[in-house]
Write a protein of this length. Structure first.
Length: 212
């Protein structure tokens, strides 16, 4: 899930960096547009199985997931597994006026969500909000990641602002298909990295000094 209706206009980025980001977004979108529903389903299932092995998801604290767009991973299998073990699951409710997000509890990624602005599926207003400090893990979508944990979002900055909140102490876990992992993601000072990236093929973690 990532708001599509916002851009980085007025973000203070230099024109060269903005252009590089724009070109990379366009390139990744072209690739994603070519995947079939069968591929998305198979890759999503494999990705969810890898994410489910991460210890940070099983602390008993709420896990923030996202309701994927048509070209994003479907996290439904993971949500079913979490709820089966009574782990609370939250999905961001976008506050467009405040340019922010509020996690709210859901039972699944189908009947628990409603249609929101810009094609997003979000928790209804009646869904119980979760304080960001209570989250145990945050699954973060993107258009692209690199092996250095840098993230390229869709341009609205919603996740960058959310992850920058002092109350957010949970591990941010990047979620993407392998085809979205690129050589290098261009970043600005406000861009927030993740601690781990998970695809349908592997779990990518930062290189430790003793691994070099």
């Amino acid at each position: 899930m990532a708001p599509q209706g916002a851009t980085e206009t007025g973000s203070g980025l230099g024109p060269e960096l903005e252009e590089v980001k724009r070109d990379l977004r366009a390139s990744v979108r072209r690739k994603l547009a070519q995947i079939t529903e069968q591929q998305r389903e198979g890759w999503s299932s494999a990705l969810c199985a890898r994410v489910a092995k991460l210890p940070s998801l099983w602390t008993g604290r709420p896990v923030m997931v996202f309701a994927g767009l048509e070209t994003e991973p479907d996290l439904s299998p993971l949500v079913i597994g979490l709820r089966a073990r009574e782990i609370p699951v939250a999905v961001p409710r976008v506050d467009w006026a405040a340019s922010g997000m509020v996690p709210a509890l859901v039972e699944d990624l189908d009947v628990s969500l409603v249609s929101g602005e810009h094609g997003l599926r979000v928790p209804p207003a009646s869904a119980e909000a979760v304080d960001p400090s209570e989250l145990g893990a945050i699954l973060v979508p993107a258009l692209a990641y690199d092996e250095g944990m840098a993230r390229l979002g869709r341009g609205g900055g919603f996740y960058d602002r959310f992850l920058a909140l002092e109350r957010v102490t949970a591990e941010p876990i990047g979620i993407a298909f392998e085809m979205q992992v690129v050589g290098r993601v261009p970043t600005a000072s406000h861009d927030r990295a993740v601690s781990t990236v998970v695809t349908e093929q592997r779990v990518i973690e930062p290189e430790r000094p003793d691994d070099a």
